[in-house]
Design a binder for this molecule. Sequence first.
Ligand code: FES
Length: 378
Amino acid sequence: MKHPLAERFDGAAEILAKIDSRIPDTRDHTTETRATINAYHPKRLRLRVEAIIDETATTKTYRLTDSENGALPPFLAGQYVDVFIDGTSRPYAISSSPATLDHYDLTVRRVPGGRISNLLIDILEAGHVLTTTGPMGTFHHNPLFHGDRVIFLAGGSGVAPAMSMIREIVERRLERSFHLIYGSRDAADVIFRAELDALAARHPGITVDHVIADSTPPWTGRTGFLTAETISELAGPLDDRMTYVCGPQALYPYALEQLTTLGQPRKRIRFEANGAPNDPTAQPHWPADADPAEEVSVTVGDTSFRTRRDRPLLDALEDNGIRPEAGCRSGECSLCRVRIVKGEVHTASEAKLRLSDQQFGYTHSCVAYPITDVEIDL
Ligand code: FES
């Protein structure tokens, strides 16, 4: 019987005959496909510290290369890699340009009391090899969705993803308007200052404004915080510009308030994920009678241990030698998902749970806190 398409379209009969005579592809593509996926989205990278750049008294940039494979996997400006060290891991934004894949730059600032940032800065030397994840994260600019006009509010080392975005604009000659408003504690704390100022002077699409909290001379520029007034004076009407925010946790609610005052809709504000909440007990759904310092027991298979209620489950597991997969450590990527078999946890509002997670008892262990004795499945 004649195919109905052959009657309706000239040439359809020939095409159908070709399809009928095709040799079925019976090869198993699994290995090939896996190799391609691994090349673009590797689970792990082994990266050599090629050089260390002193940025400020408290900040260093580590230039990392893959001496075995040469070119590194592609990434989008704004993404991070998770660095594995001392039985745990931490995400660090890539500050180099995605147009240059012979290295990734990771810019690390000492966090007072921070275990991993201090360890990295104190022990890392040129020639050391680090294990990291491949590039990850959703805090990147997509001109299709986010347009070509961007405002970026950065605080401290939160400037790292902005630096990557700016370097990409310059290297790829992108037609984009990018306004960085960068808050620092004092003038000596400004990371990438010379390069940022030079790029802004040379490229009309790039604007960089520094706002320094401590007004001590010799700083003669703008002082204070990233208030609505300052943002408005520097950037003018926000119009339909996408606003990015990256910096210390305290900046987030503050920036949201300032931007909302200026009429910026929430859907045009993007926040970089930024760790588990400093104080989960401050969240309204923390149970009032749950003393954060009290210890509860956590059981995983045959292993049980005790931990404080205010210790994220992921950290508590790592403290006890159990290493679930992890990435953002901020509730976003879902790599650290665990199932709560028994007991109650406080899942912080940072967790981006899927409906099915909630239905079937899963949570993101990086931002989940054991309220009662719990049993979990990894
Ligand atoms: S590590 Fe990403 S959600 Fe927990």
